[in-house]
Design a protein around this ligand. Structure first.
Ligand SMILES: [Fe+2]
Length: 397
């Protein structure tokens, strides 16, 4: 869990134009190790004071006992894609898509996001994944530089190692690109996420309108790509991640052997290990385990892999990611809190643990000197009701 990674390009200076004083009082503050009734003061974008007690000083907001949590930190979301292509083959203009994505995340309590962009393109029967990451990264970084975003954005490059163009695409990125995470992905059929070919067939063949012959050709092509590029591209992607100053994540590890390889690659956290065996091996190696919030909420994985709740009950879950449902992140924290009877531990899975795994030390907990990213949450019928979201002390939802 302890990331040695601290990079200056991952810190953000407070922008004076955002100057606001925020004073939240009579709140149940979810600290790292306990919940206390008290007040929290944010000045110039930073948490300046935390005090216990029920007093409500002049000018402070009376939270009426609502919870105040650190803003949520999301390490792996495909949500931007949904805004870029709201229906299959429908391209939406990019700036409005970026802004709608940013606003949606803010509205669900996420104040830091690592936007996942795929690098490495594949062309197969009826499947064509072209290169798009560099262009979209430029647009995203320009939108951020213009000050248009409500929340804090970083990039997460999803490196498809079994693809022809991976290293050429990665060569176009550098240390100035705010790449916080590089995840090493191998989606070759018959292993990891797609051990069960039936599940893959349902997922891909339906989506792409393939018949049996198309699907067989697609699988054969992917297996050939793995043979040709797998080992070389895995090593190349690790080198590139180090050049960017990014943290490395593994993806869909299934066996203890794969986890050992991830450790050797320097992985800080594991995205969606697919078996208890892999999650246990992660714990042994000090690799934080991330699971998807939709898996936790729905009670299982849509591709037939281990249930997040099973890992949670076994003490093998450190980080939750909203994956493809942003609003699932906050919900999953309260679901875990119920399961564990421990709200601070559950909240850490969506705040402090992901922040530290990605090398961010300036956010993720309620403590003086931390970024003023906080959310206010009431409870209704065991469901969290978001009452307010602040990024650098500025209200964004
Ligand atoms: Fe995957």
């Amino acid at each position: 869990m302890n990331s040695p990674f601290v990079s200056t390009h991952l810190t953000e200076a407070y922008d004076g134009s955002m100057s606001e004083v925020l004073h939240l009082a009579n709140a149940r503050l979810v600290l790292s190790d306990r919940v206390v009734t008290g007040r929290l003061l944010i000045v110039d974008g930073q948490i300046a004071e935390i005090a216990e007690g029920e007093s409500i000083p002049g000018g402070a907001v009376n939270c009426n006992g609502d919870y105040v949590l650190p803003g949520l930190v999301e390490l792996h979301t495909d949500n931007l894609e949904r805004h870029m292509e709201p229906r299959p083959e429908v391209d939406w203009p990019h700036l409005p898509a970026l802004l709608a994505h940013d606003a949606e995340l803010a509205s669900t309590g996420i104040t830091t996001v690592f936007d996942a962009l795929r690098v490495g393109s594949i062309h197969s029967a009826k499947v064509g994944y072209g290169a798009y990451a560099r262009k979209l990264a430029d647009e995203l970084l320009a939108t951020r530089a213009a000050g248009y975003f409500k929340i804090s954005h970083f990039l997460h490059l999803r490196a498809e190692i079994c693809s022809e163009t991976l290293l050429a695409e990665m060569a176009a990125f550098g240390p100035a690109d705010r790449i916080g995470i590089v995840s090493l992905m191998d989606h070759t059929p018959g292993q990891r996420q797609f051990r069960d070919l039936t599940a893959l067939k349902t997922y891909v063949a339906k989506k792409r309108g393939m018949d049996d012959a198309d699907f067989a050709a697609h699988v054969a092509n992917l297996k050939a790509l793995q043979k040709r590029f797998g080992a070389k591209h895995e090593a190349g992607a690790v080198t590139e991640a180090k050049r960017y100053g990014a943290v490395i994540a593994s993806h869909d590890d299934t066996t203890a052997e794969q986890v050992a390889t991830s450790k050797a690659n320097g992985a800080e956290f594991a995205e969606f290990p697919t078996t208890p065996e892999a999650a246990e091996a992660c714990q042994t190696h000090g690799i934080a385990v991330m699971m998807g919030a939709p898996n936790l909420i729905r009670g299982g994985s849509h591709s037939g892999n281990v249930a997040a709740s099973e890992l949670a009950l076994a003490g093998l879950l450190d980080i939750v990611s909203s994956d493809y449902v942003p609003a699932a992140l906050l919900l999953s924290a309260f679901r875990l809190a119920e399961m564990w009877d421990d709200l601070p531990r559950a909240v850490a899975c969506v705040t402090q643990n992901p922040a530290r795994a990605a090398g961010l030390c300036d956010r993720g907990c309620l403590a003086t000197g931390q970024r003023g990213d906080v959310i206010r949450v009431a409870m209704g019928d065991k469901t969290p009701l978001l009452r307010g979201v602040w990024s650098l002390g500025k209200r964004v939802a």
